[in-house]
Design a protein around this ligand. Structure first.
Ligand code: GTP
Ligand code: MG
Length: 296
């Protein structure tokens, strides 16, 4: 039998904010490449996660949730989605079983249909609804996609993912391995570190504050004399009152963010980490086009 050609390609992971796109990408890749939170608009830039299969390499592009842009930050986020959709070999569309299918979902499905890419459709969070509701949502979803297959999964529990991998692999054209063996993400180390810090800040804030937080890593030094990495980073917020929240009473909150992030970063480097984390105000940074470009 003739040898099968190697197949590879890029897949845009699309869906409304908070449907579980990043959780799904992490579950498929098998490692945390993209941060997760229960706040919408967690993912701000496109993050590639590499899925390696026998004879295949699938690069999953985790993207910001589809939304109407309202400032420089969200405009940049939506542009990342549009550009990805124009470039990829396939789309992985994620719907949320725990919420009614809405206008946002229909908008995304139209965009995917318009892009003319092969698509795999998922109904995520199947663990969060009973069987009757799941069947009802799946039927609605199938209707919307012209009777195409809709796979019910739980990204959180890692359930139902095998057929997803199979469908994605089958959609890949012939192509090279884009990433060397062992690479699981296309993210520069600085950005991964910044994201791991931001994830801990998101866990400890509510309301408008999570959306106002950015992280700048201003220095990473890997010491040569011992297994130690020294990192300097800034938590950026827009107002003094947000700063007060992030600093916390007697510095308690920023300390908690720093030590939780340090443990995550240590796991990535496999070395001890010193993290010098401070909070800084940068007024209206989300409306500052150039700053947003630099940050993302
Ligand atoms: N019950 C349940 N919760 C899930 C599942 N997948 C994700 N979640 C939760 O949904 C929330 C959002 O998950 P994310 O992976 O950050 O969602 P996202 O689509 O990447 O969100 P944005 O980046 O903001 O667009 C988190 O609290 C997750 O733990 C699932 O299969 N079941
Ligand atoms: Mg995300």
């Amino acid at each position: 039998m003739a040898e099968q050609p190697f197949r590879s390609g890029f897949v845009a992971v699309l869906g409304r904010p908070n449907v579980g796109k990043s959780t799904l990408v992490n579950a498929l890749v098998g490692r945390k490449v993209s941060i997760v939170s229960d706040h919408p608009q967690t993912t701000r830039r496109r993050i590639g996660g590499v899925l390696r299969l026998p004879g295949h390499q699938v690069v999953l592009l985790d993207l910001p949730g589809f939304q109407k842009p309202f400032d420089s930050l969200t405009r940049r986020m939506q542009r990342a989605v549009d550009e990805a959709l124009a470039e990829v070999d396939a789309a992985l569309v994620v719907l949320n079983a725990a919420e009614p299918i809405g206008a946002g979902d229909r908008f995304i499905l139209r965009a995917v249909a318009g892009a003319g890419r092969p698509a795999v459709y998922l109904l995520n969070k199947r663990d969060a609804v009973d069987a009757g509701r799941l069947e009802q949502r799946a039927a609605e979803a199938r209707d919307l996609v012209g009777g195409a297959e809709v796979l019910a999964v739980s990204a959180l529990r890692g359930e139902g993912l095998e057929p997803v991998v199979g469908r994605l692999a089958a959609a890949m054209p012939e192509g090279p391995a884009y990433f060397p063996d062992g690479d699981i993400s296309d993210q520069p180390l600085e950005l991964l570190v910044a994201e791991l810090i931001r994830e801990q800040a998101l866990r400890r804030t509510r309301d408008e504050v999570p959306h106002a937080v950015a992280v700048e890593v201003t220095g990473i030094v890997e010491r040569e004399d011992r297994p130690l990495v020294e990192i300097e980073a800034l938590l950026i917020v827009e107002t003094e009152s947000q700063k007060a929240i992030l600093v916390g009473k007697g510095g308690r909150t920023v300390k908690a963010i720093g030590s939780a992030a340090r443990r995550e970063i240590e796991a990535v480097f496999g070395a001890q980490v010193f993290l010098d984390l401070r909070v800084k105000v940068r007024r209206r940074w989300r409306r500052d086009e150039r700053y947003v470009e630099r940050l993302l």
